[in-house]
Design a protein around this ligand. Structure first.
Ligand code: FAD
Length: 529
């Protein structure tokens, strides 16, 4: 039995772990290598109102505008008011953000921000934040990190979460019992065939929380990033919006800058609008769409964007000189497991923070560079709440508990034997990802969504039956497919219900925003009613 179980090891998990320093034993389970996850891939930066011409209220206004009428304003107020404090804390802990000649962090501008407010470490901001947070977590004697441990279900006793079941490297299903459990499992981009997200981002946290009865919400809102590298056989490497912030332009095959024809804001319009414009322009011209940095100084381009330059070089392209073929790809899921302002979910004992959570800060569309900030602020708040709830529940605080450290990894082996799956499950995963891209992607309509749901429902029922069958436990592919099916089905169902277009959710058959009928959020899950 552990005091606190944290599932995941990205920005939200790490900041929560810092908040739990010395607060009983903490077991951190993570599915792959500890640094694998969306945080390590984040490029452009982290937004915070620290500039002289900026203020939390201005950041709030930009976030609400991007969220297209569906943000939870209380959650946004917390994000923007506390953001500067937590970002300054990172600076104090040694985060090497880029600085200007005056020694202050240099601030970039990205789409839909009204001022420069994005701190960055070249184009590898997430990696630098992860490095900084690990320097705080690694020395903590009460935190035990267990890599290659995939959480596959929650233990629910009575009406309370009492830990999680996970599959360790040996393939055995194991129980980690805990007084409090934090889901910090990140995103679900892998639900789509085209995605900027790494392989671990399969929405496991949403799937296991939903199966345990916690409420989920806003899952119809999936952000498609407009500019992922679009070359056959190459991963959909993200070409950060910061490129356009610095002056890169979108052009068609004939070299024409086309964005102004689709959107008065042009190249830096919100991501969903740019993504749809790119798809339409590609369809209109029957040719790919490109990003060009031809008006920028090549030396500046390579120095400012070393990671992206290198990815382009590996694909045989010069970022500064060549036309870079791009296309939209699933990037970020605005919805997730419903939480209050302190990470508490609707299932007692279960908390969630970061991309897996749905605090309501993003509404129908996320403002660029607000997600690292969300992980930082709400990760810290969830950790603090777990600590405070533990104290209130009568749990004895013991800052120097060596025994807690030793027992952190103790868990009860269920000994169900080695997991086994079928090749068919791996096939299902690809089929689901294709189906989601084609029918539940950038452009949606009732016919396509019904078709998608008709295909996903039997897979969902088969998965649920399979999870009950203890004689034939799943292998890694099987668990992956189970998450993709569960999350894909939830996205498709919510997308069918929302008969309007808003933020990142675009219905061809309901192209207008409809505040009268739909200025409300869609929730699913027993505890959500
Ligand atoms: C290419 C790219 C660029 C981005 N750029 C930016 C940016 O510039 N600014 C910005 O604000 N945001 C950006 N984002 C989004 C941002 O990176 C993420 O939203 C944020 O890092 C999520 O942090 P997290 O802690 O919630 O999850 P993650 O960092 O994804 O961590 C999740 C962790 O959970 C683990 N995990 C998953 N499932 C399980 C399981 N079943 N059992 C155990 N462990 C599990 C994973 O292995 C991982 O360690 C970007 C995302 C991508 C993909």
């Amino acid at each position: 039995m552990t005091d606190h179980l944290i599932i995941g090891s990205g920005i939200a998990a790490l900041r929560a772990a810092v908040a739990l320093a010395g607060a009983g034993d903490v077991l951190m389970l993570t599915k792959a290598e500890p640094r694998e996850g969306n945080t390590g891939y984040a490029q452009g930066g982290i937004a915070a109102a620290i500039g002289r011409d900026d203020s939390p209220s201005r950041h709030l206004a930009d976030t609400l505008a991007a969220g297209d009428g569906l943000c939870d304003e209380r959650a946004v107020a917390v994000l923007v008011a506390e953001g500067p404090r937590y970002v300054r804390e990172l600076l104090a802990w040694g985060a090497a953000f880029d600085r200007g000649a005056d020694g202050q962090p240099s601030l970039a501008i990205e789409g839909a921000h009204s001022v420069r407010r994005v701190l960055h470490a070249h184009d590898a901001t997430g990696r630098e934040i992860g490095r900084t947070l690990w320097t705080r977590v690694a020395p903590l004697r009460n935190v035990l990190v267990h890599p290659h441990a995939r959480a596959v279900g929650l233990i629910v006793e009575g009406d309370r979460c009492a830990g999680a079941r996970y599959v360790a490297e040996d393939g055995l299903v194991t129980s980690a019992r805990a007084n409090r459990t934090l889901l910090a499992t990140g995103g679900a981009g892998q639900v789509y065939r085209e995605t900027t997200n790494p392989p671990v981002a399969t929405g496991d946290g949403i799937a296991i929380a939903y199966r345990a009865g916690a409420a989920v919400a806003d899952l119809e809102f999936v952000q498609f990033h407009p500019t992922a590298l679009n070359m056959p056989g190459q991963p959909r490497f993200l070409l950060s919006e910061a490129l356009r912030g610095e002056g890169a332009r979108l052009v068609n095959g004939a070299g024409d800058a086309f964005m102004a024809r689709y959107d008065p804001v042009g190249d830096l319009a919100p991501r969903d609008r740019v993504s749809r414009a790119i798809a339409r322009e590609a369809e209109r011209t029957g040719a790919p769409v490109f990003l060009t940095l031809d008006r920028l100084d090549p030396a500046f381009v390579h120095a400012r964007f070393p990671l992206i330059s290198e990815a382009c070089r590996r694909a045989g392209l010069d970022l500064a000189r060549d036309l870079i073929p791009i296309g939209p790809a699933a990037h970020y899921v605005m919805g997730g497991v419903v939480t209050d302002l302190d990470g508490r979910t609707t299932l007692p004992g279960l908390y969630a923070a970061g991309e897996v959570a749905c605090t309501g800060v993003h509404g129908a569309n996320r403002l660029a560079s607000n997600s690292l900030l969300e992980g930082l602020v709400f990760g810290a708040r969830a950790g603090a709440a777990m600590r405070a709830d533990a104290a209130r529940d009568g749990w004895a605080f013991d800052a120097t508990s060596a025994s807690a450290m030793e027992t952190a990894g103790e868990s009860e082996r269920e000994g169900r034997g080695r997991a086994a799956g079928t090749a068919g499950e791996a096939l299902h995963a690809d089929a689901v990802r294709d189906l989601m891209w084609q029918l539940v992607g950038l452009f949606r309509d009732a016919r396509g969504l019904r078709d998608a749901i008709a295909q996903l429902e039997p897979l969902w029922r088969a998965t649920c039956a399979r999870l009950q069958d203890e004689a034939a436990p799943l292998d890694a592919d099987g668990w992956r497919t189970a998450s993709l099916v569960a999350v894909g089905r939830l996205i498709a169902r919510a997308a069918l219900r929302r008969e309007e277009s808003r933020g990142a959710h675009y219905r061809l058959d309901f192209p207008e925003r409809d505040d009268v009928a739909w200025k409300r959020r869609i929730m699913e899950g027993r505890h959500g009613g």
